[in-house]
Design a protein around this ligand. Sequence first.
Ligand code: OOB
Length: 548
Amino acid sequence: MPQDWLRWPEEQAREYRARGFWDDRTLDDLLRERADRHGDRLALVSGEERLTYARLDALVDRAAAGLSALPVERGERVLLQLPNRDEYVVALFALLRIGAVPVLALPSLGPADVESLTRASEASALVVAQGRGRNDPRTAAARIAAAVPSVRRLVVVGDPGDTGGVSWDSLLEAQPRTRPPGDGSATDGTAGNGGDAGELALLLLSGGTTGAPKLIPRTHADYGYNARASAEACGVGEDAVYLAVLPVAHNFTMVSPGIMGTLSAGGTVVLSPDPSPTTAFALVGRERVTITSLVPALVPSWLDEADRTGHDLSSLRVLQVGGSRLDDTTARRVGPALGCRLQQVFGMAEGLNNYTPLDAPDDVVCTTQGRPLSPADEVAVVDEDGRPVPPGSPGELLTRGPYTLRGYYRARELDALRFTPDGFYRTGDLVTRSEHGDLVVVGRVKDQVNRAGEKIAAVEVEEQLMGLPGVRAAAVVGVADPHLGERSVALLVCDGTCPDREAVRGAMLERGAAPFKVPDEVREVAVLPLTGVGKVDKRRLRRELEGV
Ligand code: OOB
């Protein structure tokens, strides 16, 4: 039975298909087609590993057979939390090949996040990598596997140690079946608008504004279109070499155009094990990288390093920057320092991608966050009463279209808040739109901190702070920061002694919070200012903290 979180109205779905935005291919078909067409081309580079399309495809077949033998069944959710290594790409496509649903978890998530993601998706298996020390993901995964009833299997890339899990390498020893026919049948209620391509393909984690995780369902048809159309908008074709610097599980790196877009276009994906300019520049020179993507917080160190050293960056055509607002001054430095085109990307895991056109004048590229990718993207900029504002005036961005979700995964109550009755997603972003359709992000109405591109739901941290002894009231706000874009500041009203940052950090990590969610600053205040309706006045707090 079709599930309503995947529901575009039938008429709309028909239109998207008729206009060629959606087709019948699954995400795995995009890889297979390329493997069939030019198997000897280079698909993936990771460390010493260099995989052609044919070899990647064969590895995916073996991994698919190994996962099936576990067994992982069609329609089951499988949480992937892996760093930037080839096993991620193989595991992702192998799960898609057997019709399982990858749940993409960023490596920076804390054990508490991974657990709630596992519970919310009712994952039947977890795939994590061997790590070191206190933050070894295997430790948390083993505990979660024991605690969450839906989890039957743990797979470890590396040594499973005493986790009770199986090693990724052992899965690859399975004999692949001859290619399973694409039978197109849905057995588990995940069918959307009919056929394989309308089905749930994968689940992404939303940046969120609530304490509980929100899962974003993406279908083969919508995600595939997002990838293909992005590749086209970003000039990514067969000759493209895309360097994945940001975490592979992030939507930017996945599909804007990222890994999926590049592979669907027959280009080469190179995985960078870390985002430092030294590592990345060496890879750019060695692999003749043509395009890569960064969050703004990383850009200054890249520009400085390029100024300082004589790396060969001559192959680089496009540097994409997105995830949070890039300031105009830094934007203007990119072209001269790196000798390539800047492209600003304003995207969201929920769907909508905006890009500055590659041929736009410098002013547009350096001062706007782009235009919607698809001619079928509908955007509206509205005031607090939902009425459209004139061009150039700020308002909340609403959107719907062929690759923007129509509802979160099994979250009907939340959907009523985050979508308008006619299906527009309320982004929570304050933007202005010019007469030409260029968007500028000027703020946010959602209660979230955007720390170097990593999203923190204020309420989630506030809940944790309220659990500390002596804390009577807590507010978390994002304050402008020259390095992070925004740093998170916690304001506490206390009885007696207030916990300092170290105490807050200790308590949060103890409870499994991700380190990036620990407030950068903790301040004691006598009272929290309230708005007329009695809510904490975060705008005022932010203004006061920024000293403006
Ligand atoms: C990307 O995706 P998410 O889901 O981590 O975060 C989405 C939110 C947006 O709603 C907006 O608040 C903010 O991140 N954002 C930007 C921005 N790009 C994203 N704010 C200002 N300027 C920008 N250029 O962050 C994401 C997904 C796909 C591609 C690129 C970014």
